[in-house]
Ligand binder design. Structure first.
Ligand code: ZN
Length: 260
């Protein structure tokens, strides 16, 4: 699938979200923040954005409200996609995020999630909130987790999206974000996850200026589309505990490489 089609698909099915009121966070002191071989992420702050809330489809008015997205406005959020068997992207992203958070915390990181539940009676948070989530807490990076929904025969695999260079928005973070994107691509490849054969020229990387989740971040950020949920083979990986653990393990190793 070409880039335009990929973008349209993402827009229709898998719009990025955002969340945002930063909780008070005390930076770890030198004492507790000391990095060791056992805790290489001690003192580091990582924001994980687990895609769309499960209940978004129940709140169309709230979800369609326009919010700032980096020099323009966009709907607050979208419903996300699902497998052909009905497994929601929201639940996939939530479960991968929880495993990833656990792995990073075990390495000493302070981890903040943009949503703390996966429920039918909740919605959002909006893309502006998600985009800014790492800013006030001085996060070291923010990673947004999604599954794609490309209804194109044979389209499968993962891709990593980094922000384009946009003056006054992403100019300060786009180089580091690209570095993070390349590191995460390598980590997912090393884990045996196939690179997308339909997005961004097939090299597993895409650069976009239309995503509030990326545009509003003041810290290095990427969005990962870990697979195409409409593809049977990808769906098999994404709906299995083992598959999700493999995604989380790869993403965690990427975070450690980036921050190391
Ligand atoms: Zn999505």
């Amino acid at each position: 699938m070409n880039r335009i089609l990929a973008a349209l698909t993402a827009t229709a099915l898998c719009l990025p979200l955002g969340l945002g009121v930063a909780p008070a966070h005390a930076q770890p002191s030198g004492l507790t923040g000391e990095r060791t071989a056992a805790e290489p992420l001690a003192g580091r702050v990582v924001v994980i954005d687990p895609g769309h809330q499960l209940g978004n489809h129940n709140y169309p008015r709230k979800i369609n409200r326009l919010v700032p997205a980096g020099g323009f406005r966009k709907p607050c959020n979208s419903t996300g996609t699902e497998t052909r068997g009905g497994f929601p992207e929201a639940t996939f992203a939530w479960r991968v995020s929880r495993v990833l958070a656990g792995r990073l915390r075990a390495q000493g990181a302070h981890v903040v999630l943009t949503r703390t539940s996966n429920r039918q009676d909740r919605w959002g948070p909006c893309v502006d909130e998600r985009g800014r989530k790492g800013n006030r807490i001085g996060a070291d990076l923010k990673i947004s987790i999604h599954g794609d929904g490309a209804d194109v025969r044979g389209a499968h695999g993962f891709h990593v999206i980094a922000p384009t260079d946009r003056k006054k928005w992403t100019h300060d973070i786009y180089p580091a974000s690209r570095r993070l994107a390349k590191i995460e691509r390598s980590a997912l490849r090393a884990a045996g996850v196939p690179v997308a054969n339909y997005a961004a020229g097939g090299d597993g990387l895409d650069y976009r200026g239309d995503l509030g989740t990326l545009n509003l971040s003041d810290v290095p950020t990427v969005m990962v589309e870990l697979g195409n949920m409409r593809n049977v083979r990808d769906a098999h990986r994404m709906t299995s505990r083992k598959g999700r653990a493999a995604y989380a393990r790869a993403l965690a190793s990427g975070v450690i490489s980036f921050l190391g």
